[in-house]
Design a protein around this ligand. Structure first.
Ligand code: HXC
Length: 275
């Protein structure tokens, strides 16, 4: 079939085709960090379309509040917007306590907060390197840790981390992101092993170039020609935010999957010469 149409804005889909049963996430509670925009927002939409209760969080309360209004208008069910900073554990603890007060449980955590920008290693400041690791890697640990302590350790749960396949090969201008994503890959493996006995599954969804995202726009600047070889993938096109459905699969109890990376990048890693 034809590729799905691009989704450039953070608007709710006007037409929706259920990929899974409408009840496939019924009465589950999903906590989506970074759910106010881009792929996180699409994941929130997809989960809500499958009858999931929704909490979306980011550093910006106005952003998640606006996103929540759109989701409620499209689906007619409650979506709780919360502000937290994944680099600041006390803010995570306050947010998780509020989710548990509101819904009494938590089933699915999607770690979708990320910070990135292309920059040569030689001019990347020490603080810039640290900031990206703090948001992506430490942030993922911080939120997972709080969720485990407050709920998952006694009830089980599912964690889906959103990354990019930059952790196991070289790529120009992205040393900070590559280091952060490698840490996320490793943490996923370790947590899947350490928490598996408690019925906690930990997986990664690794989108490639996805149209309508900040990561994609960043490639349109002066650095574009150095990075656009990414597009030399078997499918020869960028992906689309509709790959958010992959998160629903990973979150589903039907997926007897833990410690896995679901790569949604059009097979880019097979052909890109610098990967
Ligand atoms: C070089 C930069 C920079 C840039 C920021 N810095 N932008 N250095 N080039 N374009 C430096 C700053 O100078 C500062 O270092 C340090 O990074 C921290 O910057 P702050 O602005 O103080 O930090 P903060 O407000 O926390 O912002 C974090 C951020 C920002 C990562 C810099 O871009 C952000 O919040 N982005 C969130 C959204 C985002 O990036 N999404 C894309 C994710 S895409 P000094 O030394 O001056 O103090 C993704 C997939 C990767 O993750 C796909 C790759 C193709």
């Amino acid at each position: 079939g034809q590729p799905p149409p691009n989704i450039d804005e953070d608007d709710c889909l006007l037409e929706y085709c259920h990929l899974f049963s409408v009840q496939s996430a019924q009465d589950k509670v999903a906590f989506i960090i970074g759910g106010g925009s881009e792929i996180g927002f699409l994941i929130a939409q997809v989960f809500m379309r499958h009858s999931c209760h929704m909490v979306i969080a980011s550093r910006s309360l106005p952003r998640v509040s606006t996103a929540s209004k759109k989701l409620v208008a499209a689906k007619g069910q409650w979506c709780l917007p919360l502000s937290l900073d994944v680099q600041d554990p006390p803010t995570i603890i306050v947010a998780v306590d509020e989710v548990l007060r509101e819904f009494g449980k938590m089933d699915i955590l999607v770690n979708g907060a990320a910070g990135n920008f292309p920059c040569p290693a030689s001019t990347l400041s020490f603080n810039a390197f640290k900031t990206v690791l703090d948001i992506d890697a430490a942030g993922t640990f911080n939120v997972s840790h709080v969720l485990y302590e407050k709920f998952f350790q006694d009830h089980g749960g599912v964690i889906v981390n959103i990354t990019v396949t930059l952790g196991s090969w070289g790529q120009v201008l992205l040393i900070h992101a590559g280091a952060a994503k490698a840490a996320m890959d490793a943490m996923m493996c370790h947590l899947a092993v350490e928490w598996g006995h408690g019925n906690i599954r930990v997986n990664i969804l690794a989108p490639g170039l996805i149209s309508g995202t900040k990561g994609f726009q960043q490639l349109g600047g002066p650095q574009a020609s150095r990075i656009l070889h990414f597009l030399r993938s078997p499918l020869q096109r960028a992906g689309n935010k509709i790959i958010a459905h992959s998160a629903l699969f990973l979150a589903s109890p039907a997926a007897f999957v833990t410690g896995a990376v679901l790569v949604a990048n059009g097979g880019m890693w097979l052909t890109s010469p610098n990967n």
